[in-house]
Design a protein around this ligand. Structure first.
Ligand code: TXA
Ligand code: MG
Length: 340
């Protein structure tokens, strides 16, 4: 039987509905809820049994750790060893789409998949914050999709993937950002980006800039080339080893502005072709969506991947965006979807 799907006002969620969901979490059950990035699949991060349920219903590889969500940055010392860098970034970006990796408190060990570290964030969504405050627990929440599927940006996406396996789904409408949070290792003096997201490397670099005269790593950054100079280092998180974000249709990335022409060519070759581009779909091409800038593509991308599958598209052409700001995260997810 599908889970109850409860509509909540995204800005002022009904406290009775929030309390019902919090009770499920306190009892070790699973609740899907909206955040500003994507929908999360929540469970009590301090309970090995509750966290095991997340891994089971998502069919998630056991070595891929979960993000712990808090209602307030003031709770950070209860789940992790706080560093000066973490304090700076939390002050600047929380609540918001930034996840900090720090040494873990043993209390949240179930979320860490055997690592000594834990990933933590305070989401910027009134429903998520109300739920977290009501449970008074750190809540482990990966994206609420089956492993290997695009992350859900609406409650309907959650129902399609996990409707039969969760206790409750809170529907707060579409997620504002549409891509998962930026993940940053904040254990050292400088941020190391493990997954790109809406908090851009440019913004992190500016927030974590050392005081003048204390920048010993500057020469090293310059050696990476002018475009990368001053940006925090990018490394790969445990999750990036695993297959991710691959829809059932093929995805082809077209250069900016060339999507419609490329889709028309594929359609003429007899392939059922869809388009997500800056211009409308030409005749013979399935119109999946149009976007104006990188933020709009971020917002629409995962829904477009699902829509293309539903439309029976064989190959989905998506136009690239410039690799700057949130465009870096968009291109990262696009390349994963394309299997590139
Ligand atoms: O926006 C988001 O982050 C969403 C919402 C629900 O908050 N959550 C999300 O969770 O995207 P998930 O599980 O789909 O992605 C978590 C990412 C994975 O790449 C995982 O490997 C990484 O964070 N991660 C978690 N714990 C980590 C740790 N201790 N060290 C390094 N990476 C970690
Ligand atoms: Mg995920």
């Amino acid at each position: 039987m599908p889970a109850p799907l409860l509509a909540v006002d995204a800005d002022r969620p009904d406290p009775a509905v929030v309390e019902r969901a919090a009770a499920v979490l306190r009892a070790g059950g699973l609740v899907a809820f909206p955040t500003e990035t994507v929908y999360g699949l929540g469970a009590d991060a301090t309970s090995p049994e509750a966290v095991a349920r997340i891994f089971a219903v998502k069919a998630r590889p056991e070595d891929n750790p979960l993000i712990v969500h808090l209602a307030d940055a003031a709770e950070l010392p209860t789940v992790a060893r706080v560093t000066p860098l973490a304090r700076t970034l939390a002050e600047r970006f929380w609540p918001g789409p930034l996840t900090l990796v720090l040494e873990a408190d043993p209390r949240v060990a179930p979320a860490s998949a055997g690592l000594s570290t834990v990933a933590v964030r305070v989401p910027d969504h009134p429903v998520a914050l109300a739920l977290l405050a009501a449970t008074a627990l750190p809540v482990a929440a990966p994206s609420a999709n089956r492993s290997g599927r695009p992350s859900p940006t609406t409650a309907a996406h959650v129902m399609a993937d996990l409707g039969e396996s969760v206790a409750l789904v809170l529907d707060g409408g579409p997620c504002a950002v549409g891509l998962e949070s930026t993940v940053v290792d904040a254990r050292g003096a400088r941020p190391v980006v493990l997954r790109e997201g809406a908090i851009t490397r440019e913004a992190l670099g500016a927030a974590a800039a050392p005081a003048p005269g204390q920048d010993h790593a500057r020469g090293e950054a310059d050696a990476l080339g002018a475009a990368e100079a001053g940006l925090p280092e990018l490394r790969h998180s445990p999750g990036t080893r695993h297959r991710h974000y691959q829809p059932a249709c093929a995805v082809e990335i077209a250069p900016p502005g060339d999507g419609a022409a490329r889709a028309a060519t594929l359609a003429r070759q007899g392939r059922r072709t869809g388009l997500v581009g800056t211009a409308p779909a030409p005749e013979g091409v399935v119109a999946i969506g149009t976007f104006r800038d990188a933020a709009a593509l971020a917002h629409a991308l995962y829904g477009a991947l699902r829509a293309a599958e539903e439309a029976g598209v064989e190959v989905l052409v998506i136009e690239a965006v410039a690799e700057e700001g949130i465009g870096r995260a968009v291109m990262d997810r696009l390349r994963r979807a394309a299997g590139a």
